[in-house]
Each structure stands twice: as structure tokens, then as C-alpha cells.
Design a protein around this ligand. Structure first.
Ligand code: 5GP
Ligand code: ZN
Length: 229
């Protein structure tokens, strides 16, 4: 047993009703479906948050979800529309801290609704939207997730290790260390070090951000490698 129910399912330690699995992701039925046919698409790499997952796994998750979406509509399961949802962080409703994409069939009268606070119904002034866009655009460039960075290879290393491909996984970790020496010996993941490593976040970017430190670089202790728990 690990401390993560989804890792246990992916390892085969805990049971689940699988639809498919490949090298990067698995899709299985949610144990407490919002509607019948509710599927979870789950990457093999253990990352609690979207920001901690490699770009290839996140992209692949959506591709798998697209196939599930098409299957749901063709399957005879009641499905007039689909919600694709990721709850990213406990405050956003995330209960299982291993990234997963919900694929939920919806139909008229199913009784489920999003509820918004009254503030939602007031339009935000363009000046405020512009200010937020500017701040986000700056950080978007600064962070610049690329599938060829150290983060990518560290997560691939974790997937390969999980699949029992020890040699290949060591190769991936070595490649990560070459791309960013700060990641050497970290095993699974240390986004904080990677983002602050050479050439990552431009020095000025942090000081330009109103309100202090970058949320992605302030993690005090990175998660332990899933195989080291
Ligand atoms: P979250 O709230 O984290 O976005 O969603 C977690 C989802 O995982 C919930 O919909 C919950 O029903 C599902 N879940 C929790 N534990 C298990 C389990 O052991 N097996 C399966 N198949 N789904 C689970
Ligand atoms: Zn996990």
C-alpha cells in the first residue's frame, strides 16, 4: 500500500474497473459516480497538482478523456453532454491528491448544478480583467513549461520506475540532471528547485509580481518519491 489510493489502483494493489491503460495514463470508473458512467482519467506519474505534472502526461490525459467522451456518447449510457473537470487543490474540491480528470456524463434533469456566489453575476470591469491578464501573461512566459525540460524527464523517470523499467528510468533522471543540475538526486520531483534553477524564472519576474513570492516556487518541502514512501 502507498499513501495514495490512485497509486494503489495503478499498481494493482487496490481494485478498480478499468476501461483502458497505457504507458502514461489509465481510465477507470469512479467508485461514487455523479452519474452512471462517470470515469476518472489518471496519469501514472504521481503529482498532487496540475502544476506538478509533466506536460506530456497532462496532454495525454485529455486525449484519453476525449476517447472516453466519445465512448460514453456511443455506449448507450445516458449521456446528452459531458463535464470534463479537474479539481486542482483541496480548496477547489480535490479530495484525492493525485491529478485526475473527471469525465462525467450529463443529461437534462440529472439534478446536478454548479452553484455560484452572487458576486459572479456582476461583470468585472475591463481594467481589472486587463490587470489580471497582464500579471498572468508575465508569469506564463516566465514559467514556460516545455516537454523537453528537466521536469519532463523527472516525471517520465517516475513513470518508467513504476513500470519496472529501472534502467530507462535512471536514464531519464540522468537527463533531468543534465538539463538542470539542481534536480540531481531528487528522485521524483522538486519543482521549486527546477523553476529557480539556471535560466528558469527571470530574476525580475518575481519582484514584478504584486503580493510576493511565486506560488509555484514557495513549496517548503517537495513531495517524497512515491516509490520511497
Ligand atoms: P476529487 O474530489 O479529488 O476531484 O475526486 C476524487 C474522486 O475519486 C471522487 O469522485 C471519488 O468518488 C473517487 N474515488 C475516491 N476513492 C476511490 C477509489 O478507491 N476508487 C475509485 N474508483 N474512485 C475513488
Ligand atoms: Zn498517487
Amino acid at each position: 500500500m502507498t499513501s495514495c489510493i490512485f497509486c494503489d489502483i495503478l499498481f494493482g494493489i487496490a481494485p478498480a474497473s478499468f476501461i483502458q491503460r497505457d504507458d502514461l495514463c489509465a481510465a477507470f470508473m469512479d467508485i461514487r459516480p455523479v452519474n452512471p458512467g462517470h470515469v476518472l482519467v489518471v496519469p501514472h506519474a504521481h503529482a498532487a497538482l496540475v502544476s506538478e505534472l509533466d506536460a506530456v502526461s497532462i496532454g495525454h490525459m485529455l486525449q484519453v478523456a476525449q476517447r472516453v467522451d466519445v465512448a460514453l456518447r456511443a455506449s448507450g449510457i445516458k449521456c446528452e453532454g459531458v463535464n470534463l473537470i479537474i479539481s486542482d487543490g483541496a480548496v477547489a474540491g480535490q479530495e484525492v491528491p493525485h491529478v485526475h480528470l473527471h469525465v462525467i456524463p450529463r443529461f437534462r434533469g440529472d439534478g446536478h448544478h454548479f452553484r455560484f456566489s452572487p458576486a459572479y453575476f456582476t461583470k468585472t470591469p475591463a481594467s481589472e480583467l486587463g490587470k489580471n491578464a497582464e500579471s498572468l501573461a508575465e508569469w506564463n512566459v516566465a514559467i514556460g513549461m516545455k516537454p523537453d525540460d528537466a521536469n519532463f524527464y523527472i516525471n517520465m523517470g517516475s513513470v518508467l520506475q513504476k513500470l519496472g523499467k529501472t534502467d530507462e528510468s535512471q536514464e531519464a533522471f540522468k537527463k533531468a540532471a543534465t538539463l538542470n543540475p539542481a534536480s540531481a538526486g531528487m528522485g521524483f520531483y522538486n519543482r521549486a528547485a527546477i523553476l529557480t534553477g539556471p535560466g528558469r524564472v527571470p530574476a525580475g519576474a518575481r519582484s514584478r509580481r504584486p503580493g510576493g513570492s511565486c506560488p509555484t516556487t514557495s513549496a517548503a518541502s517537495p513531495p517524497t518519491a512515491w516509490w520511497a514512501r
